[in-house]
Design a binder for this molecule. Sequence first.
Ligand code: AGP
Length: 607
Amino acid sequence: MCGIMGYIGDRQALPMLLDGLRRLEYRGYDSAGVAVVRNGRIDLRKASGKLSRLEQVVKVAPVAGSVGLGHTRWATHGDPTDRNAHPHADCTGRVVVIHNGIIENYLALKEELLAAGHRFQSDTDTEVLAHLIEAEYRGDLEGAVRRAVSRAHGAYAIAVLCADEPDKIVAVRYISPLIVGLGSGEMWMASDIPALLPYTRHVIVIEDGEMAVITRDSVRLSSVDGRPVERPIMHVTWDAEAAEKGGYAHFMLKEIHEQPRALQETMMGRLDEGRVVLDGIRFPPGFVETLDKIWVVACGTAYHAGLVGRWFLEHLARIPTEPDLASELRYRDALLAGNALAMAISQSGETVDTLTAMRDLKKRGARVLAITNVLGSTVTREADDVLYIRAGPEIAVASTKAYLTMLAAEVMLAVDMGMRRGTLDQARARGLVAGLHALPGRAQEVLNREPEVVDLARRYASASDVFFIGRGLDYSVAMEGSLKLKEISYVHSEALAAGELKHGTLALIESGVPVFALVTQRHVKEKMLSNIQEVKARGGLVIALAYEDDEETARQAHHVLPIPRVDDLLAPILAIIPLQLFAYHVARERGHDIDQPRNLAKSVTVE
Ligand code: AGP
C-alpha cells in the first residue's frame, strides 16, 4: 500500500509533492522519490528510508518544474533500496511511472521486455510498466498507456509522465485507490485525500478500469478501452486527521474494514487454477517432502495465527506442527530432531522474543520461514525464506488485518506443502483455492452486518468478565477474540477450550455473564450445543458465532453473530471479524484510546 501524488500547474511542483508524500507516509514509508518534467527532460530523485532522506537529497540537488510525480513506498516486490524506489523510468528516461498495487504477471512481461532489449534498473514489478509504455509509445502517451495496462494483471493505481508530452499526467486505476484534486489552472492526483487537503477540497474519485488525462485546465475521464466517462465532483469536509483514517473514527476500524482488500492483495498472484504459487520461498528440492516437524514461534496475535496455522498444516500437509509462545520456547531447550522448519510469524518482523526464539531454532538446525508484513524487517534478513502478507501498514496497536492475512498465507502454504507431499488431492486443493478466491467478498458480507455487532457491544459494554469458548479451530479463534477485547476495552476476558468448562471455569459462569460460543466446526457442533446448554443452565448469556444458515445454534443461543457458510477450514478467516468489531465497539462505548491502548506498543522490540 504505497502513497502516490502528482501536480500539474504553474507553481513549483516539488514542495507540494513532498508535503503530499508526508501526508501519505502512513500508507508506507520504506523509500520515496519524485520526478519533475521541465525543458524537455525529466529529473528523478529517490531515496530509501524515511521521507526525510529524500528531503535531504532534494535539498542538495533540487528539481525545478511545475509538473511532477511523487511516491512513498511500502515495498511488495524488491527490497526497500534507492534503486527500487519509485518513480521508475523506461530505457530512455523520457517516461516515468509511479504505482500503488501489484502487477501479478510482471515476471512474464519482464522476460518479454528483456528479450526485446529493454534494460532494467530495479527488481520491482512497477518498472515493467515504464518499459511497456515505452514499447507501445508512438507519439501518443494516452494510447501507449492504454495498450500497456491492458497487458498488466493485478491491482494498480498508476500515474505517468512523458518528457515528450510535458503538459499532461496520465493516470489509471484498477483496484488501488486514485483521486484527482481540482484547482483553477492547476490539478493534483493522489492515492488518498489527505495529500490534497491543503490545496483543494474538490475531488473526483476515479473508479476501477478508468483513465484520467490531467492537464492544468482539464480532467478527461474514460474507460481504459476508450469510452468517455463522467464522474461527479465531490466536496471533502474531512479534516486531515479524519482523512488519514479514511473517514473512520480510528485506524483500527479502518484496518478492520480494509480486510477484504488486504486479503485480495495477499492472495494476488499466488492462486493459480487449483494450485498455489508462493513467491519468496525456495525450499531445497525434497525439503518439504521429507519434513518431520514445523515449529511455530510467535507472540500475541501472531501466535494465535500460528495456532490456526497448525490445523491447516497438520490437516492438509500432514506435518506435525508445534506452535509455541516465543517467550516460552527460548527457555525450553527444545529437542529438534530430523528435518525441521521454524516458522516465525511477526507482523512487524521486529518482536524481540520471536527473533530470539527463531535464532535459537536456527542454531539447532532448523530452516527458517518468516511470515511477516514488513519488507526489510529484521526477521526477513535472518530467515531462509519469507512469505509476505501484504496487509499494508497496520497503524493500530491491536492487530486485525495482519492476523487475517497471516491466516490466508498459512492456508496457501499448507495447500502448497500438501500438494508437494501428496497428502492433498487435486479436487480438495481446487476447492480450497476457490474458497480463498471467494473470501474477500465473504469478509465484506460479514462487515456489512456491523450494526448487529454494535447493538451487542452497547448491550454488554459494562460487563466485567467475558468468556470465549470453542473447539478445534474455533478455540484458536476464541483466543484471538479474547485478546482483542482485553487489549483495547480493558475488560477481563478469557478464552477456553469448550471441553474444559466442566474442569473448572464453569464455576465462574453465573447469571448475566456473556459467553461467546464459536460454532463453525461441523464435527464438534453437537458438543458445542451441549456446552451452550451448560452455560445457559448457569445463567450465562450465550452469543453464538455460527453460520448464517445454522438455525439450530441460533435457536439455542441468546444472540447470534452470523457468518456466510464456507469450508470449515476457512471459517476462522471470517469468524474473527465480528469479534474484532465487538472489541472495537465495546472499547468505543467505554471511551478508550483505541488506536493506542494503555501500556501497549505496536511492536515489542524490548524484552
Ligand atoms: C496484537 O493485537 C498485539 N498488538 C500483540 O499481541 C502483537 O500481535 C504481538 O506483539 C506480536 O507482534 P508482531 O506480530 O509484530 O510480532
